[in-house]
Ligand binder design. Structure first.
Ligand code: NIG
Ligand code: FE
Length: 411
């Protein structure tokens, strides 16, 4: 069996466990000095400090005294889409609000037109380039949503592209159905008709093909109400798709409360999450998946992350990579913003982009920490410690990214 030994790690920093960490535990990180990790058949089979063990016939990778952490998990992306939306920059600079652009048939709906016009091959090639860049920045597992089709054919296309990329790209992909991302132009005067299409036709078809693990809804003013979101997420649940929800991004219309009530795996954005939403999430065991680069890009406020940590809600951080509100796939920038804007400590941030992010996509059994039995997914950083990684801004500090025991980048 192939065996990789990563040795001479200056500092190894990792959360521990197979479930999300809330409250004080979110900041508890195991640190080993002068460390090594052994990976066999893609899985971690040993790690420790000092003299490496079980090194016979191993390929050696010398980390040169650098920091090592688990591979980063990006728990919220809209990876597959046609076109870009650079034309919206000028609109934003003139002060046009995000929801106004959408209401005028732009925004998400313009990406829907470009996505419908693209072939599966074009969508796949484009998303593959994004994944290459994500891997180079340290992401080794990534959630990916549909939601730019808004019709059966294109939604299924997007999910099939995600499945194909999961099989052919080193990054592991976790698929989410987000047909409830907007009302399509055809259904803009028939909300109930679109919800019936989602619940009665598209969700069953996706479940039958095993194309998604999660069902997500954009619960927002002018998009889907909390009650409509409940209907869609319950239909998903009935077909084995676990609920996630875009909640309280622009207006607090009850998304976080709903998330807690229905036991959503995660609620996302939460920029304007009220205290009762935080309480409901704590009670429902819902993780908060926060997207600070989106706040930055929209010039919006930042989610009340410290209040969430205090309430025991596990906080994950993700990019929200998409062509409108956040054309950014750099998890390192997200980590820095997590410290600077949410006032999370570097240790809390590390849990947020590894173990808690893994838990937010139900992968904490296999990724999110460096422990025997988990996948051999690591980042060797161009830096000595975690503080340095969070403190530097805008550079790519990932030196070598290891996915299932295979190194990418500099060695
Ligand atoms: O998570 N908020 C809704 N959906 C995306 C944006 C999608 C877009 O603008 O294309 C988000 O920010
Ligand atoms: Fe999103």
């Amino acid at each position: 069996m192939d065996r990789l030994l990563v040795k001479n790690i200056g500092v190894l920093a990792t959360p521990e466990g197979r479930s999300a960490k809330g409250g004080k535990a979110q900041g508890e990180i195991r640190t080993l000095r002068n460390a090594w990790v052994r990976i066999e058949g893609g899985l971690i089979t040993g790690l420790g400090s000092g003299e490496p063990e079980g090194t016979e016939n191993a390929r050696i990778l010398d980390a040169g005294g650098r920091l090592a952490t688990p591979g980063l998990v990006d728990a919220h992306t809209h990876l597959v889409f046609g076109g870009w939306r650079q034309n919206e920059l000028a609109l934003k600079l003139r002060g046009t609000p995000y929801l106004d652009i959408l209401a005028q048939g732009g925004g998400i709906l313009s990406t829907v037109r470009a996505t419908r016009a693209a072939s599966e091959k074009e969508l796949e090639d484009k998303a593959r380039l994004a994944l290459d860049e994500m891997l180079a920045f340290g992401t080794t597992t990534c959630e990916a949503k549909s939601g730019y089709g808004l019709d059966k054919e294109t939604e299924l296309h997007q999910l099939r592209v995600i499945r194909a990329l999961d099989g052919s790209h080193p990054i592991d992909l976790v698929p989410t159905f987000l047909g409830a991302h907007a009302l399509s132009e055809e259904y803009k005067n028939d909300r109930q008709g679109y919800i019936r299409l989602l619940c009665g036709d598209i969700i069953p078809a996706i479940a039958a093909e095993g194309l998604a693990s999660f069902c997500d809804v954009f619960c927002e003013t002018g998009v889907f109400t909390a009650e409509e979101s409940r209907t869609i997420l319950e239909a998903g649940k009935a077909h084995g798709l676990l609920p996630k929800i875009h909640a309280d991004e622009i207006d607090p219309i009850g998304g976080s409360r709903l998330a807690g009530e229905i036991g959503a795996v995660s609620a996302e954005h939460l920029i304007v999450c009220p205290p009762e939403g935080i309480a409901a999430m704590a009670a429902g065991g819902t993780a908060a998946c926060l997207l600070p680069a989106t706040s930055f890009y929209l010039g919006a406020a930042y989610a009340p992350a410290r209040e969430m940590v205090s309430a025991g809600v596990p906080v994950a951080l993700a990019t929200d990579f998409n062509p409108g509100s956040c054309p950014c796939l750099n998890m390192q920038l997200v980590m820095s913003l997590g410290c600077l804007k949410y006032r999370l400590t570097p240790e809390e941030v590390l849990s947020a982009v590894t173990l808690n992010a893994a838990a937010a996509i139900k992968r904490a059994e296999s990724v999110g920490s460096l422990e025997p039995g988990k996948l051999g997914d690591l980042v060797i950083w161009d830096g000595p410690d975690l503080n340095y990684i969070c403190y530097r801004l805008g550079s790519n500090l990932a030196h070598t990214v290891i996915k299932k025991g295979v190194p990418y980048g500099k060695e």
